[in-house]
Unconditional design. Structure first.
Length: 323
C-alpha cells in the first residue's frame, strides 16, 4: 500500500561532500550535572575551612575578651595583640619548644616508618598481612582512646611501664610519677605521637616501594651495591617526592598536635609540654584573652605556611631538575 506524498516525512537535507556534519550539542543540564553534585561538598568544605580562619584573623585584630563575647561590639585594636605577643619572652620560649617538639617527632616518625616499610617488603605474605593489620588497627584507634591507654600505662602506682622497669631491676622507677617530671612527660608524649603516626607513613611508603621495578634492585645487586647504597641511590631518589609529601603532612600533624598534650598534661608540668596550639587555648580559656589566643593561632598558621611552601617549592625544583 503506497503512502500519499503529502503525508510522507520530509527527507533530511543532503549535505555536500565538503560540508562537515556538526557534532551533537550536549544538553545543558547534563553538562552542569557533575558540578551540581559536588557543589554541596565544596560549599560546605569552604565554609568549614575558611570561615573559622577568617573569624580568627578578624578577632586577632580586635579587643575581644569576655565582655565583647557577651555583649558584642569588639573594637579594632590593630596590631596591638601581635606586638604584645612578640614582645613577651614566654611566646618565643613556646615557639622554640614547638620547633623542638616537631623536629624530634618528625625525625623519629620518618626513620621508623622507613624501617617498617622496608621490613614489610622483605617479609613473607602471612607476616606482612599480620603486621599491616596491626598497623591499620593502631592507626584506626581514636586519639582520645589511645591517649587514655597511655595514661594508664604510665600511671605511677598501677602502670605497666613502671612494673616492667622495676621487674628489670630498675628500682628507681618504683612509684615513679611520669606526669610530674617535665622531661619525662615530654618523652611520654613523643612516644604516643610517634606510635600514632608511624602506621600511616609506613603503609604509604610501603605502597610506594611496591611500585619500584625489581629489575633496578637486581641490577644494583649485580653491580655490587650494598643495602645502604641501594636505598640511597635507587629507592630514595625514586620516592623522593613521596618522602617530601609525607614529611610535610607529618610536620603539619605534629606541629598542630593538641588533644594528646591536653589530655595527658594540659601543657604542664610548669609549661614543659606547652606548644603553640596549647598556648593559644590556655590563653583564651584561662585568661579569656580571645584576641591574644587568635593572634597565636594566626602566627601558627603563618609559620606552618612558610615552612610548607618552602618545602614544596624545593620539591618542585628538584622534580624540574630531573631529566
Amino acid at each position: 500500500m503506497s503512502v500519499p506524498a503529502a503525508t510522507r516525512a520530509p527527507a533530511p537535507p543532503r549535505r555536500g561532500p565538503g560540508r562537515p556534519v556538526p557534532p551533537d550539542r550536549p544538553r545543558r543540564p547534563r553538562r552542569f550535572w557533575p558540578y551540581l553534585l559536588i557543589a554541596p561538598t565544596v560549599v560546605g568544605g569552604l565554609f568549614l575551612l575558611l570561615y573559622p580562619l577568617f573569624r580568627a584573623a578578624t578577632i586577632s585584630f580586635q579587643h575581644f575578651r569576655m565582655g565583647e563575647l557577651i555583649r558584642g561590639g569588639a573594637e579594632f585594636a590593630g596590631l596591638d595583640n601581635y606586638r604584645e605577643l612578640l614582645a613577651g619572652g614566654e611566646f618565643w620560649t613556646v615557639v622554640l619548644r614547638t620547633f623542638v617538639w616537631t623536629g624530634i617527632n618528625v625525625v623519629l616518625i620518618m626513620g621508623l616508618s622507613t624501617a617498617v616499610a622496608l621490613m614489610l617488603v622483605r617479609l613473607g605474605r602471612r607476616m606482612r598481612l599480620a603486621l599491616m593489620s596491626a598497623l591499620a588497627l593502631a592507626w584506626a584507634t581514636p586519639i582520645i582512646a589511645a591517649t587514655t591507654i597511655f595514661q594508664w600505662l604510665f600511671q605511677s602506682e598501677l602502670g605497666i611501664v613502671n612494673w616492667l622497669l622495676t621487674r628489670l631491676g630498675l628500682e628507681s622507677f618504683q612509684g615513679y610519677s611520669w606526669f610530674a617530671d617535665g622531661q619525662a612527660m615530654f618523652g611520654v608524649l613523643v612516644v604516643l605521637v610517634v606510635w600514632q603516626s608511624v602506621p600511616f607513613a609506613a603503609l604509604t611508603l610501603y605502597a610506594g616501594l611496591t611500585t619500584i621495578p625489581a629489575e633496578l634492585y637486581e641490577s644494583a645487586r649485580i653491580d655490587g651495591g650494598t643495602g645502604r647504597q641501594i636505598f640511597t641511590r635507587v629507592t630514595f631518589p625514586i620516592l623522593r617526592p613521596m618522602f617530601a609529601l609525607i614529611t610535610s603532612l607529618e610536620v603539619i600533624w605534629v606541629f598542630k598536635c593538641f588533644p594528646q598534650i591536653w589530655v595527658l598534661s594540659q601543657g604542664g608540668p610548669d609549661g614543659a609540654t606547652t606548644t603553640l596550639p596549647v598556648y593559644a587555648f590556655r590563653i583564651a580559656r584561662a585568661l579569656h584573652r580571645y584576641d591574644l589566643g587568635s593572634a597565636v593561632a594566626m602566627l601558627t598558621v603563618v609559620v606552618l605556611a612558610v615552612a610548607l611552601i618552602s618545602n614544596l617549592r624545593r620539591m618542585l625544583r628538584q622534580e624540574g631538575a630531573e631529566p
